[in-house]
Design a protein around this ligand. Sequence first.
Ligand code: DGP
Length: 121
Amino acid sequence: MREKTIFERIVAGELPCNKVLEDNDFLAFHDIHPRAPIHILAIPKKHFKDFQEFDPELMAKMTLFIQKLAVLLGLDKSGYRLISNCGKNSGQEVFHLHFHILGGFELPKDKAEQANPQALF
Ligand code: DGP
């Protein structure tokens, strides 16, 4: 049988988290290694390995959840970055779908954006 991911164990109450918002379908909590003054993870309670496997109907509900979260955190006006690493090449470490919500300061531009794609081949 597949071993539970850390985030499934958090949902099950087996591991603690610093919770920010919760409803029937989703949970949001502080990232353990924050890379911005505000760094929150939003996850569905149901298990999906990554975004590629996610249910579009649940994604619609999750959009509302993340928008509500941004208001609660005071990020809706100042702005934030929303990231979901998907699969091996993205560097995904926890294989339970999650969105990073980063804000609280002017975020540096992603290095990948500055890289010359020609140099990658
Ligand atoms: P990713 O690389 O997209 O899979 O990011 C996984 C994130 O999860 C990473 O920023 C660190 C965070 N993380 C890992 N373990 C834990 C944990 O036990 N608790 C919390 N709150 N965050 C964790």
